[in-house]
Design a protein around this ligand. Sequence first.
Ligand code: GUN
Length: 297
Amino acid sequence: MTEKRIDGKAFAARLRERIGERAGEFAAKAGRQPGLAVVQVGEDPASQVYVRNKHKATVDAGMESFEYKLPADTSQDALLDLVEQLNLDNAVDGILVQLPLPNHLDEQSVIAAIAPDKDVDGFHVVNAGRLATGGEGFVPCTPYGCIMLLKDRLGDLSGKDAVVIGRSNIVGKPMAQLLLNENATVTIAHSRTKDLPDVVRRADIVVAAVGRAEMVKGDWVKPGAVVIDVGINRIERGEGQKAKLVGDVDYAGAEERAAAITPVPGGVGPMTIAVLLRNTLVAAHRREGITLAGDGL
Ligand code: GUN
């Protein structure tokens, strides 16, 4: 019997290995490695961990990593100047500005300044529009990773009842769009949704992306449903004890009823970086006019 626990860590590791092979082939043809620039403003501790992990994964996949660490008081103009410089840099295929930015900076205008064809985060309105209308762009990494895990478990998603809990631009909305593109019947639930447990009970696929620790209870899950938990919530455990990471779903309760479920950590999280590398690989091929078989995976 297939294990209920969806091992995103192992799935992502296999993906990264394939991407590394493709990056090597690209370098042989193009005479340079695919390049990813990551910009971090300030010293948010969680961002520092993410940026370090992205750097290591980029180098391990045979890509060039350009890191820009700017002080917390960097001005909007200075940040926009750097983005423009990276837009024009031929060694840079992908640009990622780590969010959240310090409060004095306007995230939307920084994202809008990134060239859409280097926007490997898929956050630019042009890429959101391409996703909504079926064009060729970049899809945000986390929802793309979720779709890969779902298709790996379920195969065809056509006609499935899917509920996405959360409506952020980064996860909820693109997730719903991707499920719709797979011909699922999609409900987007959020903080104002009436009787959320009942909405979840109808779903064959549940994607939880609300950022509230263990909010989705086990008895909300329809027997046989597939549960994808995007949440990463830190629970402090007092003096001298390491914080515990939990998802948006009560794993123990949900696992009893679900056909398959992602754990936290080790589920969706590792997929995000793997898809970022995939998007960078695709960007590099498109920019050099080199064909990449399949969808880069
Ligand atoms: N902060 C947390 N996750 C992400 C991400 O996927 N991209 C960016 N740019 N910032 C983030």
